[in-house]
Structures are given as C-alpha cells and as structure tokens.
Design a protein around this ligand. Structure first.
Ligand code: PMP
Length: 342
C-alpha cells in the first residue's frame, strides 16, 4: 500500500493494481501533468528569503515532521487569459487564519498577515506562471529535537506555489460516503485550526471513501451530526434555504463558506447555520461541498442514494458559476476578494 521510495521496495507493498493506484493519486494531484518536472523553474520563500523550490528542504529531525506540529493554508490564484492576469483569492483572510491556527500551537508568527500576503505576491511574480496556481504557506515547528510539546520551540514560515487544476470534479458531481471515521473534536484536535497533524483524520476518511469507490467522504461529529467533507465545508438546500453546520460543529471555518454566505445574502437567498442530521443529507433538495480546493462541488449521490434527481441542483449550479466568475476576476462586485499578481 505504501508508496515508498526505498531500495528493494517490492510489488507486494502496493495496494491494488497499478492503474488503480495511479487513479487514486491522480484524483488529488495537480491536473497539469508535468508539475513535478517543473519544480526546477519554481521558487519558495524559505528561511527568510527566496530560494529555488528544489532547495527548500528541512532536516528529518524537524519537530513538525515528527509530530505534525505545523499550520498551513491552501490558497488559489486563477489565471484570466483574456485579461492576461493572475488573481490570488482572499490572501489576507487566509493569512489571518494561519495566524489564528498558529496561536493554537503556541506559535509566535514574526510576520503580519499583510506581510505574508505581500511575500506571496512576490513569490508568484517570480514563478511567472500563466495558469491556475495553488499556494501552500506553512508555519512549522522548526526546532530539530525530540520531545512532544508545543512550548519553547522555534517556528519558521515558508511558502511555495505549484500549477494546479481541479481538486475534485465540479461539473458532473461528487459521489460521497458518510465516513466511518468521526471528525476530531474541539477538545481533541481542534478542527478550527488548520493543523497538519490533524489531516490524518481527513486522510483516513478520504482514503476510506476512495478505496470504497466513492469520490469523497462526509464526516460526522462525535455526536453524529454532519460536520464537513474531508477538506471541504458542506451546504444542503431545503425548500430554498441554504443550511450549513455551525462553526461549533467541528468544522474548519472555511473562507469559501463565508464568501458563499455573503453571496447568498446578496442574492436574497436565506442561509441558516445549525447542526444538520445525517438523514437530512438523504432528504435534501441539493447538497454541495465548497472550499479553496473543491471550489463549489455538487454532491449527486450519498451512500448510494441519489441526492434529489441525482444531478447538480439549480442553486448549486448558480452559486458555482458565480463563484468561478468572481475568482477569475469577471465580476466587479467581488473584485475585493482578489489580488492581481501582474
Ligand atoms: N474544511 C477543511 C477540513 C479544509 O481542509 C478546507 C480547505 N481549507 C475547508 C473546509 C474549506 O476551507 P476554505 O474555503 O478556507 O478553503
């Protein structure tokens, strides 16, 4: 099962036939097939300066690698070919969130949100990409020592960016499974923080779903209410009202989630934030997932039951189109989300 690069790794280590394995990999891999070959052209912000991405490496003793003690973000920048412009989406809200996540791990972040946003702009200018991009900032416990704790450790900040297409299918819709894995609780590993180690929870759910033949997982809270997707927030539609789990239902407080709540307000669509029962998923008129990676992705089937007609619902399609127009810089009303790079 493990995809390890070590001498003499035998075929028995692999899970399933080779083509199945590459399908699994492909689903979360940038659609731009040559990305990995292009790291030589890309830059990273690392240890206070810009270095070639291939030289941005840490020691195996790094605390964050050993204990999952890093916080991170996922930010997208969209290429608008007509305008020959690359638009980074919601830079400051993402950096505000990474600072808040860092606080949970007792991290003193030596940069302000606007400084980190400016560094991102400079990085993207250096990379000079003319296609959609995914930006990955990390603040990680950089001390090289053994010892489980959060205090008295150094932290460092790094950013890299790679060309990136769709994370999950936003056109035909997602087939989801309610996971047998529960979401980590606020009193265990807070979902409110975007902490690297916590993503083992997401990865357990995502792999279970994909190895069972679904595209995505929907995870429930410890008390059995709907929390979110493996790396996306969730909305349902019932009788014209958008309903999404409240921020106390162990969700990441998603930036796309709050943007869509704002857009719905602009369109006069009522939004309610409250706990959602599992069976409401089966009875909903529409269900969709949203996030920086997932964008707005209709869910068309849950636990082998079609969601309503089994096709993307009208409100989902409307919000999805509007979101894509907004992030590509085609809607003046939502220009404030965007930072032009060039
Ligand atoms: N929930 C989880 C667990 C996530 O990892 C993400 C992706 N960051 C989201 C929700 C969506 O958040 P955002 O819209 O800020 O990308």
């Amino acid at each position: 099962m493990a995809i390890l690069s070590r001498p003499h790794a035998g075929a028995a280590e692999r899970w399933g036939p080779a083509d199945e394995e590459s399908t699994l990999l492909k689903q979360a891999t940038p659609t731009s097939g040559t990305t990995m070959d292009r790291t030589t052209d890309l830059w990273a912000f690392f240890r206070g300066g810009f270095v070639p991405l291939r030289d941005a490496n840490v020691s195996v003793m790094t605390h964050a690698l050993n204990y999952g003690t890093a916080v991170f973000e996922g930010i997208r920048a969209y290429w608008n070919a007509d305008q020959k412009q690359l638009y980074a989406v919601d830079l400051e809200p993402h950096y505000d969130r990474i600072i808040r996540s860092g606080r949970l791990l007792l991290m003193e972040v030596p940069y302000s949100a606007s400084e980190m946003a400016e560094t991102t702009v400079e990085l993207l200018r250096r990379d000079g990409l003319q296609e959609d991009v995914y930006v990955r900032p990390l603040i990680y416990k950089s001390s090289e020592l053994i010892g489980v704790r959060l205090h008295n450790l150094d932290a460092d900040f790094t950013i890299f960016a790679i060309p990136f297409g769709k994370y999950i299918d936003t056109d035909t819709g997602v087939r989801a499974q309610v996971s047998s894995w529960r979401r980590t609780d606020d009193n265990a590993i807070p979902a409110r923080g975007k902490v690297t180690g916590a993503y083992v929870n997401s990865a357990l759910a995502k792999s279970e779903a994909q190895m069972n033949g679904y595209d995505e997982a929907i995870v429930l809270t410890q008390d059995g209410h709907v929390s979110e997707g493996s790396a996306e927030n969730l909305f349902i539609v019932r009788e014209g009202t958008l309903i999404t789990p409240s921020v106390t239902d162990n969700v990441l407080e998603g930036i796309t989630r709050s943007r869509l709540i704002g857009v719905a307000g602009d369109l006069g669509i009522p939004v309610v934030q409250r706990s959602i029962d599992r069976t409401e998923l089966y009875q909903a008129d529409e269900v969709f997932l949203c996030g920086t990676g997932a964008q707005v992705s209709p869910v068309v089937e849950i636990d082998r039951r079609p969601v309503a007609t089994g096709r993307p619902g009208p409100l989902t399609v409307r919000l999805s189109r509007l979101y894509f127009d907004a992030v590509r810089g085609r809607l003046d009303a939502y220009r404030s989300w965007l930072t032009p790079i060039y």
